[in-house]
Design a protein. Structure first.
Length: 269
């Protein structure tokens, strides 16, 4: 099977690589024990843009997403070959500090997971463990992060209240604010709106549109309409392989691979 992954001209690639948040997978394969989940993935993810990973359940897209910040290493019996590069450096290099990597590459999961703490302490948690102790500085970080997550006006008068009292959509945006408090270059989102109602989903999607001006965003979604709405680039995975990648408009209107066309048009998946 021929993999189609469109790349900009070399001069554009070099310019993109110079901006923080450029990601490139190079012949990346991944195993859970004896089971191979990814096969020779080569994919360039442009900075300051939204890239959607689509494909049926079990196709490897979440495995790939979690490989970018080495979250999969928390499981036993996993291994990989190939490389995933962030700003030119292999994230799996032995010299890579994993804590620093996960500060640069924040992650938001399918089900919101705020800590059983106040709204303030949720957002301040990362900066605190990274050494920020000054109260005024923490307050600035919390406010700025909540504003970036378009949540400040909704919670500014209840910062000392439990985060668990927020609605589901608010809790998910709080988790995004918590990730933003570490000033990441990249934000990974694994089905971030799948459990939200349409209004909350719209707020998350609008937030992603704003954040891509500052961050590289990679989102896994089963919702093809959402992928078409929010992403600049789309990569289609099937059975652990990258079938096709390119600008979202082209992937959805004139895919080059028959498997992509069959999935986009609902003939399987």
């Amino acid at each position: 099977m021929t993999v189609v992954s469109e790349r900009p001209p070399k001069s554009e690639q070099e310019a993109a690589a110079a901006r923080p948040g450029a990601i490139a997978a190079e012949h990346f394969s991944f195993w859970y024990g004896a089971k191979q989940a990814l096969y020779e993935i080569s994919l360039a993810i442009e900075p300051r843009a939204v890239t959607a990973l689509i494909g049926p359940s079990g196709c490897g897209k979440s495995t790939f997403l979690r490989s970018i910040n080495r979250m999969n290493e928390l499981l036993t019996g996993v291994r990989h070959t190939g490389a995933i590069r962030l700003d030119g450096g292999d994230v799996y290099d032995r010299a890579m500090d994993v804590v620093s990597l996960r500060q640069k590459v924040g992650m938001v999961f399918q089900r919101w997971n705020p800590f059983p703490k106040s709204i303030f302490e949720n957002v301040a948690y990362g900066p605190r463990i990274n050494g920020t102790k000054n109260r005024a500085e923490l307050e600035e970080i919390v406010e700025a992060s909540l504003r970036r997550a378009v949540l400040w006006d909704e919670v500014k008068d209840r910062l000392r209240q439990s985060a668990l009292g927020l609605s589901g959509g608010q809790q998910q945006r709080l988790c995004i604010a918590r990730a933003l408090a570490n000033e990441p270059e990249v934000l990974l989102l694994d089905e971030p709106a799948s459990a939200l109602d349409p209004i909350a989903t719209q707020k998350v999607e609008e937030l992603l549109y704003e954040l891509k001006r500052e961050l590289t965003i990679v989102i896994v979604t089963h919702n093809l309409q959402q992928a078409a709405r929010v992403s600049d680039h789309t990569a289609f995975f099937y059975l652990g392989k990258l079938v096709e990648a390119g600008p979202t408009d082209r992937i959805f209107t004139s895919p080059k691979e028959e498997q992509t066309d069959a999935y986009i048009t609902g003939r399987f998946g």
